[in-house]
Design a protein around this ligand. Structure first.
Ligand code: WT7
Length: 666
């Protein structure tokens, strides 16, 4: 029986077919010939995942030892893939393409300042990863060790990540926007002994003192033996520990020859950790394995965006997040294509920057978060005019819902009738895209991520009973029914929490944490998180983690953090704070707010700072003392007439007080 859709107004759209002449100026041949071919392959991938993925893995990846069995056990999520197979990630990304096409550009580095970039060919990349791999070995890094990476978007970031995988070590990239406290926690959780960083970073014309942040973090990470420092600016005095701990990247690599053989690892050996936020305060080190992850990255890049070896993919996401891992580095390089590594921002030196890059490098696929598109739409179309965007075939969107009017703008102004839009839904945990229209193939509806990728069996569950809702026109929570190769294998060092988080809420399913619906045509709509995760400018933040940072402030008695919808950033952070001293003066209160913001910037990073802070007398709590954040969310949304059941509140008059506090600040 189908349940009525609360969000039906969103889903009135009819399907739009890809432009008829989409493949007309295709440089070779699209990856798939028709929508029917997708449907057929999809059915095969679900009915016989072992046959489908076994064949793809042998065809697309290079193995130093073939696998005996595609998947074991056959059912359930605790599965291993490609058993007894051996391969190396760096070999698959670099060597095999360097042997075939040594002079082909692997990386187009677009520096923060236009015209300061460079191009790195596959053979140059092979030389650089070989040299750095030997530096790491010389410092004692061995297969299975973790190496922390805290780098801006420069070619050395890609080289570093690949060099780590070349020796079978595990990279743990920490987004360079994180503060020293957050960096320290991640280095310690992963027990990394080596950190690779830069002297300084440049972004949007500004300088960030990266090495200083690392030094601060390392005050409480005594196991770190060495820091390898890339000279990015070289233009100021940068702190450098000369008694052997700190080493200049450029001084070290030249000590080694330009070829060093890769170390084969087992299919299931960890490839990397990437920390992400969950419902609790403690970040989770999402662990991905080698073969399954690589296959997911390769296939989704090839089929979602129709990436061919001669294509130039520009993913405008940071290597500090999963989008950068999978679609700046692994996906494009595994396919032997060219990837654009962009150091800057869409607004520097002006709002034409992306379109200049597309024009100059003849970019064929462009992939970005809607938050940037909202900014660019608002800046005005004059920044697009005069730029030749005719090389583009596919436009991707990632990380948050794309509103239909932004989708239309992207399609018309950037796509100009020649492209298709790929609204890709996935997560750090899924490793690669799980729901998306395929370029030039799948009909689209603005705002819908459309249909599942190969091997992804999507289920919409009733949130309370956990029962799967069958048929179309259903809404509930989004889950996945069977294992696929690139799903995360664990939370680093905490397999128990891994099972708790993803498999316990709805036994038999992988739980995404998102609400979702399947409309009348069987298209999927992602309806936002149902847990305490907030998405600000495509950054995934845990409200619990921000609350923990705020409570550190000695002035604060209690606090609650919730997300609210925001025009530019999608969601923004609001913090409700009860101070210990209720009798502070106006200026003292303003001062306290400033300190709270500074505290969050220091504990987590500037991107997690609350946009608004409400100083209140008390928080809405149940009799057992649990904060009812739902009430705060409703009041912020101006839906105070829809608070739902408030009978369990221990302090009912607080509701009016909170409404007044929010209203008076508007
Ligand atoms: C969360 C995952 C996907 C890689 C970058 C973010 C939200 C992601 C979409 C989309 C609506 C989306 C979900 C998801 N999300 N893509 N196309 N439409 N929401 O990865 O940091 O792990 O965040 O981003 O809420 O759970 P992440």
């Amino acid at each position: 029986m189908s349940k009525s859709l609360e969000n039906e107004h969103l889903m009135h759209e009819n399907k739009v077919l890809p432009p008829a002449n989409w493949a007309a100026n295709h440089p070779s041949k699209p990856s798939l010939a028709s929508f029917e071919e997708y449907e057929e392959l999809y059915r095969h991938s679900i009915n016989d995942p072992e046959a489908f993925f076994g064949e793809q893995a042998r065809k697309e990846l290079s193995w130093s030892r073939d696998f005996d069995l595609v998947k074991y056990p056959k059912t359930g999520f605790n599965a291993s893939w490609f058993l007894n197979g051996q391969l190396n990630a760096c070999y698959n990304c670099v060597d095999r393409h360097a042997f075939a096409n040594p002079d082909k550009p692997a990386i187009i580095y677009e520096a923060d300042e236009p015209n300061e970039g460079s191009i790195i060919t596959y053979s140059e990349l092979l030389a650089k990863v070989s040299q750095l791999a030997q530096v790491l070995v010389s410092l004692g890094v061995r297969k299975g060790d973790t190496v922390a990476v805290y780098l801006p978007m420069i070619p050395e970031a890609v080289i570093t990540i690949l060099a780590i995988t070349r020796i079978g070590a595990i990279h743990s990239v920490v987004f360079a926007g994180f503060s020293s406290g957050a960096l320290r926690d991640r280095i310690n959780n992963a027990d990394s002994k080596i950190v690779i960083t830069a002297d300084e970073s440049k972004r949007g014309g500004k300088i960030i003192e990266t090495k200083k942040i690392v030094d601060e973090a390392l005050k409480e990470a005594p196991q770190v033996k060495n820091v390898i420092v890339v000279k990015r600016t070289g233009n100021r005095h940068v702190p450098f520990n000369a008694n052997g701990r700190d080493l200049w990247y450029h001084d070290e690599i030249v000590k080694f020859k330009t070829y060093f053989p890769p170390t084969p690892v087992n299919s299931e050996d960890p490839l990397f950790l990437l920390y992400t936020s969950g419902s609790t305060g403690k970040p989770k080190g999402i662990q991905h394995c080698t073969a399954g992850y690589l296959l997911g990255a390769l296939l989704t890049t090839k089929y979602t965006f129709d990436v061919n070896p001669n294509d130039i993919l520009f993913t405008a996401g940071d290597i500090g997040w999963i989008t950068g891992h999978t679609y700046v580095i692994y996906g494009p390089l595994l396919n032997g294509a060219t990837t654009v590594v962009f150091e800057g921002t869409p607004a520097y030196p002006n709002f034409s920057r992306y379109w200049k890059i597309v024009e100059q490098h003849r970019v064929t696929q462009f992939y970005v978060a809607p938050t940037a598109l909202r900014l660019l739409k608002k800046a005005g179309d004059k920044f697009i005019e005069g730029h030749d965007l005719s090389s583009l075939r596919s436009l991707g969107s990632v990380g948050e819902p794309i509103a239909p009017e932004i989708w239309e703008w992207y399609n018309e102004k950037i796509g100009q009738g020649r492209c298709t839009i790929q609204d890709t839904y996935w997560q750090t945990e899924t490793g690669s895209i799980v729901i998306t229209p395929l370029a030039g193939i799948t009909p689209t509806k603005p705002g819908s991520a459309s249909l599942p990728f190969f091997g992804i069996d999507v289920a919409i569950l009733d949130p309370t009973t956990g029962k799967e809702l069958q048929g179309n026109n259903v809404e509930g929570v989004l889950a996945i029914k069977q294992a696929w190769p690139s799903v995360t294998r664990s939370i680093w060092g905490d397999f128990g929490r891994f099972n708790e988080t993803y498999f316990k809420p709805y036994p038999g399913y992988f739980f995404t944490g998102d609400g979702g619906a399947r409309d009348k045509d069987g298209f999927y709509w992602v309806l936002g998180r149902v847990d305490d995760v907030v998405n600000v400018s495509g950054h995934r933040l845990s409200t619990a983690e921000i609350e923990a940072a705020i409570i550190e402030n000695p002035l604060v008695a209690e606090n609650a953090v919730v997300g609210y919808s925001h025009d530019l950033t999608g969601q923004a952070i609001a913090s409700f704070v009860a101070l210990k001293n209720k009798n502070l003066s106006g200026t003292q209160v303003e001062d306290a707010k400033k300190q709270i913001i500074l505290g969050v910037r220091k504990e987590i990073g500037p991107f997690a700072a609350p946009k608004v802070i409400f100083i209140v007398d008390d928080l809405p709590k149940t009799r057992s003392g649990k904060i009812m954040r739902r009430i705060l969310r409703k009041i912020l949304a101006g839906e105070e007439d829809q608070l739902g059941d408030t009978s369990t509140l221990s302090n009912p008059p607080i509701v009016q007080h909170l409404i007044d506090a929010v209203k008076s600040s508007k």
